[in-house]
Design a protein. Sequence first.
Length: 758
Amino acid sequence: MHENTTITKQELAQKFVNYTSKNIFLTGKAGTGKTTLLHKLIQTTFKKALIVAPTGIAAINAGGVTIHSQFQLPFGAFLPEQAQQDIDHSAFSFHTPRTLTRQFNMPAKKRKVLQELELLIIDEVSMLRADLLDAIDFVLRHIRRNQQPFGGVQVLFIGDLSQLPPVVKPVEWQAMQRYYQSVFFFDALVLKRTELICIELDKIYRQDDRIFIDLLNNLRNNLITEAHRQLLQQYYKPGFEPKDGDGYITLTTHNAAATEINRRKLAALPEKIHVYSAAVDREFPEHTYPAEVSLELKKGAQIMFIKNDPSPDKRFFNGKLAYITQLDDDGIEVALDGSRERFLLEKYTWKNQRYTVNAVNNEINEEVIGTFTQYPVRLAWAITVHKSQGLTFEKAVLDVGNAFAPGQIYVALSRLTSLKGLVLTSMLANQNIDSDKSVALFHRKQAEAGDPAGRMDVDRLSFLKEYLLRAFDFGLMLYVWKNHVESYDADEQRSAKQKYKDWAWEIYKEVETLKVPADKFIWQLHSLFNDVATAGLVNVLARAEAAGNYFIPRLQTISDKVLDHLELVKTESKVKTYLGELLDAELAFHESIKKIEKAIALIKVQSTGGELEKDTLVSPVAEARRQQQMARALTIDGKEVLRGGDIRRAKKQKAPRIDTFEASFDLFKSGQSIQDIARERKLSVTTIEGHLCRYVANGSLEATELISKDELASLLAAFGGLETKKLSEIKDHVGQDYSYFVIKVALAHLEANPSVLD
């Protein structure tokens, strides 16, 4: 097999995820790019994947869902066996395999996601408890009817164990310690039954100060010396109070302290306070709000961005400090710390999502079920260490003498780019600097295990073999159709499906006929892989392609027969349940075709040294054909579209959603004021103004219906000769007599009538 002579840790991690079935712990110091790699993996991997995290905020930031919601887990401890009699049941809430089984009531759609799952990504694993991981393992084995660890699903753990640890109450740990050596995920019982490959990213992008990097490394590995303590003492400045504009942010261990500092600083500013309300649409639980629902700001306030700039300009990043230079009901103008450039803030929309299985291609998709829209900033004279995870600061005042977890010190220090920006206002107690000893022991064991790169070829070859064997194993497909044939119950009088039993039996016999040569080919594959060490993958690829050419057209023909039959049946009455059963059964053929195509593509790229990504797997022609087929199958009489393939619980189409811009426009044209529209639609005045500006720009609304003729004329005259379209620069040019809204209306008029300046 082809392999590059040099490979980065990032590339190694991607190869282990994509081309092995091993469970992987991707770790690394703060600032080594773990989150960047996570996003790249989820965008490119050909495996059916989803992301979960221990907390709501972590899940939103990672683009996933919480562990408890995805796996339908109750809160409380999980004890891996029936609880002993001496455990006080009233002291804390706990669950066991027996109670979870008894209470388990997972919706069909979530079950389907877990049944199709190939890769589970768990982010922020420093906060993942060992018992919670065992609960995940139990649910996956239960749902997938597979007693392998995690039900045969590959798991990618991402995080830095030196950051914030799991939260366990003393009374919980008293019961848990009978089963677990520590609360950390790596001591879960499931990981004693499977191998964990550890890959540590080692290139630090946040810091380049060698002394500081060494300090952080030793702090992370519990190797702090007296010299390190003396180094930190040099930055101890009790009572230090940063001046406004100095660019310092204070990191505290408790939320109350950070809140008090921000309130005091905001109150000291003489300017008028402005409140900006977030727009929450549909499902977005309050405990997962990623920003302030009511953002209180003043001119001169020190703020911090809580998202990277999504625009091509990339003017700011998550954690970058800035100052408010102007603000009113129409918008917020800011200047970045260390820069004189001003620009208008734009709101950002966070998504709350859930995972579903696409009825057309059987892939796992993200479905947005709610949004939270707000300016992506927060007051930033102070912030808690917990909320600073993932952020980068050039200057910070650390008030962490009362740190209640070892990881807090490391998180706080590692937010800085260098020691130059560090100020300590409280002494660091020895016990607070030391990291957790169980974590340090785990890191040492992983270091002793050696570099996993040397075993890549063996693990990859094993994965390719298993993947190819599963692709040509038609046992599950035959099982699906056996169950389907047996569902034709003559006693079921209400359904019209009984007269089609012979048809179903013929389909079953065709599948049974295909399984015979498929089983023979599987035996050939065993022999072919025995020769890979000397012959390479050439012979395997040739035989796999020949087998694909034989089986895929035959599977496609049977799939077409089922969909044609569905077309014939769906005009009859009382057949909705039957149609749903047909769609579910047909997916077995489609999935087998995909598995064969994916397996052949895997062998091909491993023979040539290429990379396989999900965007290159399916040909546009095949995708278009499938879309067309399923659009027809999921439609009754060309009118009622049945959702998600679950035709059994089909509902009539909801009325089409009213365009939000059009709704505001119609209300304005009916005579309502902007303020009245905002109240009626429960939106901000600024949002309604933005809606109306759109109609000025397309010529549907006259600018003078929103602003006076004099204002429009004066602004158009002022625009002459201006080359910029930045609102902040235009406002500087025209003066403070014109609000941002008036300027935006004039710009929209100019867009609709570009010749007015000629």
